[in-house]
Design a protein around this ligand. Structure first.
Ligand SMILES: *[C@@H]1O[C@H](CO)[C@@H](O)[C@H](O)[C@H]1NC(C)=O
Ligand SMILES: *[C@@H]1O[C@H](CO)[C@@H](O)[C@H](O)[C@H]1NC(C)=O
Length: 317
């Protein structure tokens, strides 16, 4: 078991290298009868996970028999966006808000003026530092804790009733805060070893920044804790190639919560969890934390339907 744990942790860390208009409703006529469609705000849509969350959000419809979008509006906030030229369908739903920086976003009224009067119902935070081993500890903390905390405060200000966050399996549940001394000591790029030693603590602190800043208001917080994320495009080709071949062999030997997660499955789970919560159908999960089994429960059927279109190994679910 120990050997497997070590092996899995090793693979997990290696994996980090590679990761990184309403129509049909007459609003004025029956405002009270027709439930207002919710608005969702997504952070990190340009990343591997975020872009898959976005495609899944775009596909969510109000019912199985309808093609009408579940969402009134999908607001993307960030510095870069996945769609250089959105399709007509997409531009009807998507609004992009381009920011020079996401730091202290809850105080940046100027760049957010276009959503000044918009109520946001759900918020999805699919952000994080892509290669923390190349960063200093102060920078890593400024993103994972300060920025994510400030995004949470913005979501609460905008009226969000639901916030979900991309975290990691095994994030510490009672992490010790980063000390001033550590910040001074690790003010050069961390490198792999130090990054690995701090990783689960940092992710735990990042979760805490969301949970604490959302705690004063009545917000449902979902924390997604994937293990290895399997992406479609491979940045480090030979390495990912071998890893993605190994995972189907290793996965069945692991506890389910360590099962690798295809990025499309994770994107669907995020979108389903947000939509389900808006419908009042809250998926449990331990302390609001969701792992592989929950992802499968949330999006298993939809994922099975597209699984055969994916390259490479088929994932047993
Ligand atoms: C929609 O509401 C307007 C009143 O604001 C009414 O004139 C119109 O007939 C309604 N359309 C439908 C399809 O109910
Ligand atoms: C809120 O987020 C900030 C980071 O932006 C963090 O330092 C703080 O501990 C969080 N919690 C509370 C209760 O403010």
């Amino acid at each position: 078991m120990i050997v497997m744990n070590v092996l899995n942790c090793f693979l997990f860390f290696l994996m980090l290298i590679g990761c990184n208009g309403v129509h049909g409703i007459n609003q004025s006529a029956s405002e009270d009868n027709v439930r207002k469609k919710p608005t969702v705000m997504l952070f990190g849509s340009n990343g591997a996970v975020g872009s898959n969350v976005l495609s899944a959000l775009l596909k969510e419809t109000i019912s199985e028999t309808s093609v009408e979008s579940f969402w009134n509006e999908i607001i993307l906030v960030g510095r870069r966006f996945p769609f250089p030229s959105p399709s007509a369908e997409e531009s009807k739903l998507i609004k992009t808000i381009s920011m020079t920086s996401l730091q202290d976003i809850d105080q940046n009224e100027d760049e957010l003026s276009s959503i000044q009067d918009t109520t946001v119902d759900a918020c999805i935070i699919a952000l994080g530092v892509g290669s923390p081993q190349d960063m200093t500890l102060p920078y890593w903390q400024s993103v994972e804790i300060d920025m994510i905390g400030s995004i949470t405060r913005l979501c609460v200000q905008k009226g969000a009733k639901y916030i979900s966050q991309l975290s990691s399996v095994d994030a510490e549940e009672s992490p010790v805060p980063i000390t001033k001394k550590e910040l001074e000591k690790y003010n050069t790029p961390l490198g792999w070893i130090r990054m690995l030693m701090l990783y689960f603590r940092m992710k735990g602190l990042s979760e805490k920044a969301v949970i604490e800043n959302a705690s004063k208001s009545n917000v449902h917080v979902s924390i997604m804790q994937p293990s290895q994320i399997v992406t479609e495009t491979t940045r480090y080709e030979w390495f990912d190639y071998i890893l993605f071949k190994l995972l189907p062999v290793i996965d069945p030997l692991m506890p389910r919560y360590w099962h690798s997660v295809h990025v499309r499955l994770l994107g669907m789970a995020f979108a389903k969890d947000a939509a389900n919560t808006m419908r009042g159908d809250i998926t449990k999960g331990k302390n609001g934390r969701k792992t592989f089994n929950d992802f499968v429960q949330l999006s298993g059927e939809d994922f099975k339907a597209i699984q055969s279109d994916l390259d490479g190994t088929k994932w047993e679910l």
